[in-house]
Design a protein. Sequence first.
Length: 422
Amino acid sequence: MSIKNLVGYQVLDSRGRPTLAVTLTMSDGSIHTARVPSGASTGIHEAKELRDTDTKFAEKYYGGKSVYQAVENINNTIAPRLKGHRPIPLATDGILVELDHTPDHHILGANALLAVSLAVAKAAAHTAGISLARYFQPEGKLLIPMPMVNILSGGAHANRTMDIQDVLVLPNGATSFAEALSWIVAIRELAASKGAKAGSVTHLIADEGGLGIAFPGIDNALEFVTGCIEDLGLNVGAQVSLAIDVAAAQFFDGTKYKLATQDREFSSEQFVGFVTKLVNNHPILSIEDPFGEDDWQAWSHFMESAPSNLQVLGDDLFTTNAARLKRGIEEKCANAILIKANQNGLVTSTHSVLKTAQANNFKTVVSARSGETEDSWLADLATGWRASQIKVGSTHGADRTAKWNRLLELEAIEECEFARPF
Ligand code: PGA
Ligand code: ZN
């Protein structure tokens, strides 16, 4: 079976902003569509997402955020080159790299490349007669990753109601994905109603479906979520723990860490102390981006005294980039990596970064973006790649539930086991 046709076009993401889709038609008439996500608190080292700046495309209505140039790149440059080829991800990704060999894929756009790369992977799984998850792991039980789920949102996703971006929960004691999800939904419901009773809900549902409740400080937000877990009779620590995404690059100016809601400033050294206190005072099992994306020293310094069971997770630090991960491993800056396909640009090289991390005993957390679509390929990649965790935002919004529901589907129809990474 070969690729008969490939069409790129602009669609909308969960924020109502333009993003890219590709529909690929195979010689057997089957149709495979892939849609790409888009971040808001993006790392500066991410692959380049092409947005229209050329006056030819930049219409006033989308405020420079349209992706018509990337659409043209797919339809005029990529499609003619791939037509007639068999859908083999490694080979077609190789052709995409030939067409745009720049490390950040700024010529054709990482969004254009990823949309095509994903559509080809879907077509390859179809050709093999198996699910996308199974395509990456043909034999044995699939591993359903542990969900890391957003309860409270702040930072760039919630009008900066909190300085840190997410307070999440990790159902580390759950024995199945279905059980994990039931606990999480209960925690989120209770957090919403307790927040409303206290009169502190801003009525804001944030970009990833989390609650945008305003708290005077980070400690209060963490105590609030811990209280919700306890009120439900769940054992804090043994069954459910906290995770946070500090997204520190959002408030680090290169010299100072500035917590605006508390009107406090920290040097890099002082902020290592602040974060250390935070993880020692609360039941936190995972901390993401506690320091700036180029403040490597703060990361390695923190790691020296961090609790041994703490997951120290690099998102903006690594940007799913092989060279940055290599440096992080060598300098012992973290022990886990967030994997976002659109930070990288290609399915196979994203997979390769994840495999390097696994080979170096790093935990891997496959992640959605704050701007998502109803596409659910992320659930299949996370499962087929044996990632230990998956981060999709909250349990609200079809862009989020599409992934959770696909994991429930995989757990029901495939032979699976549930990841217990902690
Ligand atoms: P983004 O945020 O998709 O807006 O970059 C997600 C994250 O920081 O994990
Ligand atoms: Zn992050």
